[in-house]
Design a protein around this ligand. Sequence first.
Ligand code: SF4
Length: 399
Amino acid sequence: MNAFLGYANTLTIYNLTNFQLSHHPTRLQFSNFGIFQSFNTYLCPVENQKIDIRKLSLTELEEYFLANGEKKFRAKQVYDWLWNKSLKNFDDMSNISLSTREMLKENFIINHIQVDLMQHSSDGTIKNAVKLFDDKIVESVLIPTTKRITACVSSQVGCSLDCNFCATARLKRMRNLTPGEIYDQVVAIKEEAETYFQRPLTNIVFMGMGEPLLNYANVIEAIDKITSPEGLGMAPRRITLSTVGVTKMIRKMADDEVKFNLAVSLHSAINETRSRLMPINDSNPVEELGEALKYWYQKTKRKVTYEYVIWDGINDDEKHARALAKFCKIIPSKVNLIQYNPIDEGEFRQAKQEAVDMYVRILEQNGIIAKVRKSRGQDIDAACGQLANKNEVAQLNNI
Ligand code: SF4
């Protein structure tokens, strides 16, 4: 969810990404992996394609080592290198024997991301163009303030949801990011925070490219790694997932009793306007969103943040402000009124200051906490709604 403005278990992911299902065993089959021995369909690696080792859970890694005559604890050592230390190659695993490292290299790869381009804004914001193993690019942003350093990360390459105001929507959805690719974005920004600001990363927001709830399993697995002691050990309350409002998945998150925060890109509490801005509102209308959020609050007791942009001539009147105030009363909530960054010469323009003041007044009269947020990194297209690999957009539009 580029909200600034903007099931499968692990084994199933294997099936989809690293193996071709085959009814004919070949000499290359990975049946020596204990984890696959119970499968009655043979799993064969795609020829010349090694497995991304970070797709294995610790248990699967332990089974792999045991099946290959190694001690179980080696798995924990390797897992620690892969996640806690974010190592990018097997050769640097100094407490693993040479022969074991060679065995790992024969069977696995580490699909680590690369920061292809880093841009620094005059306000301190840093935008990373991140290259993935298949040369696709996503973007993530470091946002420094006096109190916090926040990582805004992407969850998909492109997006399928077509929000009209969003630069990412101009890229077709190409694929979901893996848990490792999401995790690596956070690690890259953590290192940049330490290098350029001598401060730790304090917060993570899933507000970059893509809708995180449409890549739920991988996002949850990445958050598990980010919050676990074997990973980055960050507190879940430091993490916010932002969605355009996929109601079925909001209920699923509530059922899963997730511990992180939820933000919803609302932008209008009136169906007609919201559908014009965000086509997903046709299938997930405001009333249904309200019901899903009630369910979320019943289950989690966590308030929600509404991200809301006021556009000139679209939702800048009192009717929209009052509808927002009414919607905010469904469950405990607060509102971020976000400055809009035009992505072109189109119909979306930042509202006048009087409209912003009117919203703040009406929300406050109704006892709702509202903060006006300025976007950061506008000069490097890192601000709200601007995340989209410009080269890709240019190609798509033949610019
Ligand atoms: S198009 Fe996708 S990335 Fe952009 S705001 Fe909508 S859900 Fe977020």
